[in-house]
Design a protein around this ligand. Structure first.
Ligand SMILES: *Cc1c(COP(=O)(O)O)cnc(C)c1O
Length: 464
């Protein structure tokens, strides 16, 4: 390398040291809401670089220009932090990633990093793919272990794309609270353990710490899909999880302004793959190598739209959870409803284990609570008496609640998973994933809960 290149590297080192100091000595001391609102975007940066813009700018540019060839060489060899080309990186994406890395790492001593992706599915695909490489020495088939109560798209990815098309075995755990089931499925060709909690729409929940410990005892990483909880209720990395995936499309981007995803990893993950760069900083590795080559990057405009919603995450989850509880209690008492599944209802079989993990972040610093409080999110499901036809009739008569295969919105949305999100997986897999045909999934929004209850009530009155 030329001397000129080193000049840029030296300058970058000083900048990185200052950034690290800022995170360690200032940002890490802030409360959750402050991090969500500000991230690393400071007054100083706005004034020096962005003409004082108080909101993070949307850098709608394909690529970055360099002062000279020395800087270009330093940037393209990843020797200095640069963004170079928007398939690899972009300054708007940085603002988004920094916030999510800090929120998922809130309450965790170590460092976390984030790699933004184009969708939740590309987050899941990219978080798992690096573990599925064929190692030269082994000729045996490789496998991974996952809860079977997963999002429909995840089920298709694991079962069809990976297992049927590529022969990579996905070993499904039917009862994730049975730790022996996990243990028995692990062998020397297992690459990772995967779980979604709470699951969509089955509301599966399990003792996360026990499964993480089992993974680590076997030298394997644990990957969690934490989309339904969001970091406002659960931060799996604080319990030792190696990697978290988020469908940022959902609760994090409650406004519904598009599709986005993220992979958040702690530094120095556990893995039996001999790839030091990957283990040291998994999110950075994804960004610089596999995701650069595959191209499932996030658009800068989407990054800022999502970031804007993330600022109000904690307060939103609090309100939505309370509204959902009220709606769940109404449905539970309704004579035309056979069953209500909500983790916050005391009669839910997983109420106890969910209550161990689902806490509203920083409630102890909230004037209204001044102590830790459980919150259970805004996903619930229920079964209408009389089967699928009655469920359809009730859904078809709703006036305020939107019929959509969507969740996590500021507006209440409803769907029937067996004929929508979980259609392609087939009846047998739906049974395994606890999704009966008449199950209705409701995601309660921020409307006044009385209006949502009134809408449900009038729709149910149309059912015989
Ligand atoms: C929606 C969803 C996904 C997929 O996310 P997209 O952004 O739609 O690609 C993954 N996991 C869960 C739990 C989801 O709800």
């Amino acid at each position: 390398m030329k001397k000129g290149v080193y000049k840029y590297i030296k300058k970058a080192k000083a900048m990185l040291a200052e950034r690290e100091r800022y995170i360690k000595q200032e940002v890490k001391k802030w409360r959750f809401d402050t991090i969500a609102v500000h991230g690393l975007y400071s007054v100083a940066e706005a004034l020096e670089k962005n003409q004082g813009a108080i909101i993070e700018p949307i850098f709608m540019s394909s690529s970055q220009a360099f002062h000279d060839s020395d800087e270009m060489e330093a940037a393209l060899s990843y020797a200095i932090p640069a963004w170079t080309y928007s398939r690899i990186h972009n300054p708007s994406i940085s603002y988004f990633e920094e916030v999510l890395a800090l929120l998922e790492g809130y309450g965790f001593d170590g460092e976390t990093n984030c790699c933004a992706t184009s969708s939740g599915m590309s987050a899941i695909a990219s978080a798992t793919e690096p573990f599925l490489v064929k190692l030269k020495k082994t000729r045996e088939e490789i496998n991974f272990v996952s809860t079977c109560q997963v999002y429909g798209g995840t089920f298709q990815l694991f079962n069809v794309r990976r297992m049927e098309e590529r022969g990579i075995e996905c070993r499904w755990v039917t009862d994730p609270n049975d730790i022996d089931q996990w243990a028995k499925k692990i062998d020397k060709n297992t690459r990772f353990l995967y779980g979604e909690l709470p699951s969509n729409p089955g509301l599966m929940f399990f003792d996360l710490k026990k499964v993480i410990d089992l993974a680590h005892e076997n030298g394997l990483p644990f990957i969690a899909d934490s989309t339904i909880a969001t970091p406002a209720l659960l931060r799996p990395i604080t319990y030792g999880a190696d990697i978290v995936v988020q469908s940022v499309t959902k609760t994090l981007t409650a406004s519904g302004f598009g599709i986005a995803g993220a992979v958040i990893a702690r530094k120095n993950i556990v893995s039996n793959i001999p790839n030091d760069a990957m283990k040291e900083d998994f999110a950075l590795y994804l960004k610089q190598l596999p995701n650069r080559d595959i191209g499932w990057c996030l658009s800068p405009i989407q990054a800022i739209l999502s970031l804007n919603d993330i600022r109000t995450l904690r307060m939103r989850i609090d309100i939505l959870s309370q509204n959902t509880m009220k709606v769940a209690k109404f449905l539970e008492a309704h004579p035309k409803i056979a069953q209500v599944n909500y983790l916050g209802l005391e009669n839910h079989p997983l109420y106890e284990v969910a209550s161990k993990y689902l806490w509203l972040v920083d409630a102890e610093y909230d004037e209204r609570y001044q102590m830790p409080v459980n919150r259970y999110g805004h996903l619930l499901s229920f079964v209408v008496k009389g089967g699928i036809n009655n469920a359809r009739k009730m859904v078809d008569n709703l006036k305020r609640i939107w019929r959509a295969t969507d969740l996590g919105r500021i507006k209440s949305v409803i769907t029937i998973p067996a004929i929508s999100t979980h259609q392609q997986m087939g009846a047998c897999a739906r049974c395994m994933a606890c999704i009966p045909s008449g199950l209705v999934r409701l995601c309660v929004g921020a409307e006044h809960p009385d209006d949502i209850i009134a809408d449900l009530d009038q729709a149910l009155s149309k059912v015989k």
